[in-house]
Design a protein around this ligand. Structure first.
Ligand code: ADP
Ligand code: MG
Length: 689
C-alpha cells in the first residue's frame, strides 16, 4: 500500500472520533486529505491584518486581530440562539455576531484570548459589528501561527480549521519525506511550466506566496480538465464504433405523408433543422446530432420525421424519454402523426406487463414493430432490434454517458443518433460532454403561441395568489403548484411539497379535486395522477419539478411556483412551458419569501424575457456554470477547481494533450496508474467503464 492510501488514523492527532468526522467530509485516506482543497476564494493573507480602527464599515470581508472581552448568548425574536462577542485592540472595540451552530463554537471564546478574526464589517450602534465570523485562537495550545497565508476549509461542525490545518501539515510532511508521484505526464508539466505535484499540494494548502498559490491553482485546473478529457476519450475508445453507418435514401412517401398530415406547417427553423437531420441520415457517416430548441419549439415533429425516414428505408427507430409520463405522451403524439400509415408503434416502460412485453420483444426482433418508444427500459439487454437505424433521445441531459452508449450498441451497424434537448448548452461544453456532435439550434416558436404572463410576488401576497387559483378553477381551468423537489428541501426550513399540499388541502383547495405528485411516488401512481389530471378529473396538481419535462395539458392555464428563488431562471422557464399550451391566456406566478432586491430582480427577468437561450445566459452570469451544468448529471466527475465555461481554453488544450498522451503507451500507462492510485472514485468512474 502506498503511504497516501493509508487511513488518516495513522496521522498523529487523529483518533476514532475524528476519523468519523473526516469520513463525513469523504476523507478516509491521507491522499483524500491532501486532495481536500481549501476554499479557493478564502485564504487568509496575514499581511492584510488590520486594526479595529482601520476596518472599513462597508460590509466587506476583512481580517483583524483582537483580544476577547466577553461573550453573551441571546435569543432572537424568532427564538434562534446567537452569540455576541465583544473584542478590543488598542484602537477600539468591535462586536462579533455568531449564529446557529457557530453559537456553540463561540463558547471557546473565554475572556482575554488573542484571536484572529475574519468577517463582514458594518457600522453598529456603538461599535463596529462583524458577521459571518471566522476566528482562530492565537495561543500555543491551538498551535497556529500568524505566519504566511492560511487556508480555510469547508468544514462540518465537528472539525475545526485548526485540526484540519494540523492534519494537512502532517500529511504534507509525509509527502515531503516519501515523495508524491506525478499525476500529469512530465513532458506536459515541463511544457506548461507547472509546479510539480508536491509543490502544488504544498502551495494549495499553505501558499508560500500569492504567486505560488496562483501557480498551484493553475496546475489543479489543468489536472482536473486533463483527467476529465482522458476519461472521456477512453470512454469513447471503449465504445468505439467501427461498425458501418447506414445510408438512408432521400425523403420519400412516408416523410411526405407526415408533413402533409401535420396540423401545421413547419416553421423556418424546423425546416432548416429537418434539412440538416435528413442530410446527415443520407450520409454514410453515422449521424451524431444535437437538436436544441426551447420548450414548445416543436422538436417532437422533427423526431417523427426522422423516425418516418428510417422506417420508409426499411429500418427500425426508437425514441427514449427520461420519464414514463413523457414516453406515454410521445406515444400518443406519434400515434396521431402516423395515423393511417400502417406503421407499427409500441411503448415499453418498466410498467409494461410481462405478456405484453414478450410479444413486443418478439415483434421487435422480427422487425414487424417499427418504432419503439420508451424509458430506460429500452436499455435492457433482452430488448433486441432486427435492424435499428435511428436512436432519438429526448431531454438527453438526464441520461449518463454510458446509458447513451448502451442504446446505440443494440445493432450490428452504427445507428444514426439524434439528441433533443431544451437546455441550451454552449458549444464547447457540448463537445466535452457529447463528443463530436453537430448542432442544430432552433430559435423562435411556432406562430400563434400566446405568451405566458409571468408575475412575481413576495410571500405576503400569497392569499391573493391562491384566491386567483381558485378563480381559475371555478372558470373551468386547471393549475399546477410547483415546489422545490423533496431532496432539495431536506435540512432547510423551506416548506416541503408535502406540507404545502396538506396546507392547501385544508384551506384553498378544500373543495377542489387535487393531488400531490412527486418523484418518490411509484411510476404507476404518477401515471394514474397524470392521466386523471389530463382528463380533467383533477383540477390542481401540487408537484415538484417532475413535471418539468414534456407533460401536455392544454387546459392548464396557471402555474404557481413556490420558493421560486430556489430555481434557476432557465428551469422556471422550462416549467412554465407546461402552461400556455391551449387557447386561453396563461399565467405563471412566482412566489418567494426572499425579500432581497437581487432575488426579486433576478426573478423579474422572467417577466420580460421569454427566450430560453437568453435566460440561461443570464443564469450563467448570475449563478455560474457549476450550478447550471451539473456534470454529475452527465455521469461525469464534479470539478472542484476548474470551471468548464471559464476555463474553456484550458479545456480545449487538455483535449489535444489527452489525445497525444493516450496514443503513447508509456504515458498512457502512467495516467491510468495515477488515476487508479491517487484519486478517489471521482475520476475512477469515468476511467472504468
Ligand atoms: P418541444 O420542442 O418542447 O418538444 P413539442 O414538440 O411538444 O415541443 O411542440 C409543442 C407544440 O407545438 C405541440 O403541440 C406541437 O403540435 C406544436 N407545433 C410544433 N410545430 C409547430 C408548427 N410548425 N406550427 C404550429 N404548432 C407547432
Ligand atoms: Mg418535448
Amino acid at each position: 500500500m502506498k503511504w497516501w492510501q493509508e487511513s488518516i488514523n495513522t496521522l498523529k492527532g487523529i483518533g476514532p472520533k475524528r476519523v468519523e468526522a473526516f469520513a463525513r467530509l469523504n476523507i478516509q485516506t491521507i491522499g483524500d486529505l491532501l486532495n481536500f482543497y481549501p476554499r479557493l476564494d478564502s485564504y487568509i493573507d496575514n499581511s492584510k491584518i488590520l486594526t479595529i480602527k482601520e476596518l472599513a464599515t462597508d460590509g466587506s470581508l476583512q481580517l483583524f486581530k483582537a483580544t476577547t472581552l466577553r461573550a453573551v448568548e441571546r435569543y432572537s425574536a424568532g427564538g434562534k440562539r446567537y452569540a455576541m462577542v465583544t473584542v478590543r485592540d488598542e484602537t477600539g472595540y468591535a462586536t462579533l455576531f455568531l449564529f446557529g451552530a457557530q453559537t456553540y463554537v463561540a463558547r471557546q471564546l473565554k475572556p482575554d484570548l488573542e484571536i484572529l478574526i475574519r468577517g463582514r464589517v458594518k457600522p453598529g450602534r456603538s461599535t463596529k459589528t462583524v458577521s459571518e465570523v471566522m476566528f482562530q485562537i492565537l495561543d500555543a495550545k491551538h498551535g497556529d501561527t500568524l505566519q504566511g497565508i492560511q487556508p480555510v476549509y469547508n468544514l462540518t461542525e465537528s472539525l475545526t480549521q485548526t485540526v484540519l490545518r494540523q492534519s494537512v501539515r502532517r500529511a504534507l510532511e509525509l509527502a515531503v519525506k516519501l515523495g508524491s508521484p506525478e499525476t500529469i505526464p512530465e513532458p506536459l508539466v515541463k511544457k506548461y511550466g507547472f509546479l510539480n505535484r508536491l509543490a502544488c499540494l504544498q502551495n494549495i494548502h499553505f501558499p508560500e506566496s500569492m504567486a505560488l498559490l496562483a501557480a498551484a491553482k493553475r496546475r489543479l485546473i489543468y489536472e482536473e480538465l486533463f483527467l476529465l478529457q482522458c476519461g472521456l476519450l477512453l470512454n469513447r475508445e471503449h465504445n468505439h464504433d467501427d461498425r458501418a453507418g447506414i445510408k438512408h435514401g432521400p425523403d420519400g412517401k412516408l416523410v411526405a405523408a407526415l408533413l402533409r398530415g401535420f396540423p401545421f406547417k413547419l416553421t423556418a427553423a424546423q425546416a432548416k433543422a429537418w434539412r440538416e437531420i435528413s442530410d446527415d441520415m443520407e450520409g454514410r457517416q453515422p449521424m451524431h446530432r444535437l437538436l436544441q430548441g426551447d420548450v414548445g419549439s416543436g422538436k417532437t415533429a422533427l423526431a417523427a420525421l426522422a423516425l418516418a425516414k428510417t422506417v420508409e428505408n426499411g429500418f427500425q427507430g426508437c425514441l427514449m424519454a427520461p420519464t414514463s409520463i413523457l414516453a406515454h405522451q410521445h406515444l400518443e403524439t406519434l400515434q396521431a402523426f402516423f395515423k393511417d400509415t400502417g406503421v407499427q408503434l409500441a411503448l415499453l416502460t418498466s410498467a409494461t406487463k410481462a405478456a405484453e412485453r414478450e410479444q413486443l420483444l418478439n415483434d421487435l426482433a422480427a422487425g414487424s414493430l417499427q418504432i419503439l418508444i420508451g424509458t430506460h427500459a429500452l436499455l435492457q439487454e433482452d430488448v433486441q432490434f432486427a435492424h435499428l437505424a435511428l436512436v432519438v433521445t429526448d431531454e438527453q441531459h438526464r441520461f449518463g454517458v454510458n446509458q447513451r452508449a448502451a442504446l446505440v450498441n443494440k445493432s450490428g451497424y452504427a445507428p444514426d443518433t439524434l439528441v433533443m434537448t431544451a437546455t441550451p448548452i454552449p458549444r464547447t461544453l457540448a463537445l466535452t460532454v457529447y463528443g463530436d456532435v453537430d448542432l442544430s439550434i432552433m430559435k423562435g416558436m411556432p406562430p400563434g403561441r400566446k405568451q405566458v404572463r409571468t408575475l412575481c410576488y413576495t410571500g405576503e401576497m400569497r392569499d391573493k395568489v391562491y384566491a386567483g387559483l381558485v378563480r381559475q378553477v371555478r372558470a373551468g381551468r386547471q393549475a399546477y403548484v410547483v415546489c422545490p423537489s423533496i431532496e432539495e428541501v431536506e435540512g432547510s426550513d423551506l416548506a416541503s411539497v408535502n406540507d404545502v399540499f396538506i396546507h392547501l388541502k385544508r384551506t384553498w383547495l378544500k373543495d377542489i379535486p387535487c393531488a400531490l405528485l412527486h418523484g418518490k411516488l411509484k411510476n404507476s401512481e404518477k401515471e394514474a395522477i397524470m392521466t386523471a389530471f389530463a382528463a380533467g378529473d383533477l383540477k390542481v396538481l401540487v408537484t415538484t419539478t417532475v413535471i418539468e419535462v414534456g407533460v401536455n395539458v392544454p387546459n392548464a392555464t396557471l402555474m404557481i411556483v413556490e420558493n421560486a428563488d430556489r430555481f434557476g431562471l432557465a428551469q422556471i422557464h422550462q416549467l412554465r412551458g407546461r402552461v400556455g399550451r391551449g387557447e386561453q391566456q396563461s399565467f405563471c406566478v412566482l412566489v418567494t419569501d426572499n425579500q432581497a432586491p437581487e432575488a426579486l430582480a433576478r426573478l423579474n427577468v422572467l417577466h420580460s424575457c421569454s427566450d430560453g437561450f437568453e435566460l440561461s445566459e443570464k443564469d450563467l452570469e448570475l449563478r455560474g456554470a457549476g450550478q447550471l451544468f451539473g456534470l454529475r448529471q452527465h455521469g461525469l466527475p464534479d470539478l472542484y477547481v476548474a470551471d468548464i465555461l471559464r476555463d474553456t481554453d484550458v479545456l480545449v488544450a487538455c483535449r489535444k494533450d489527452a489525445q497525444k498522451v493516450l496514443a503513447d503507451p508509456q504515458l498512457r500507462a502512467q495516467v491510468l496508474t495515477a488515476v487508479e492510485n491517487q484519486f478517489d472514485e471521482r475520476f475512477a468512474n469515468i476511467f472504468k467503464n
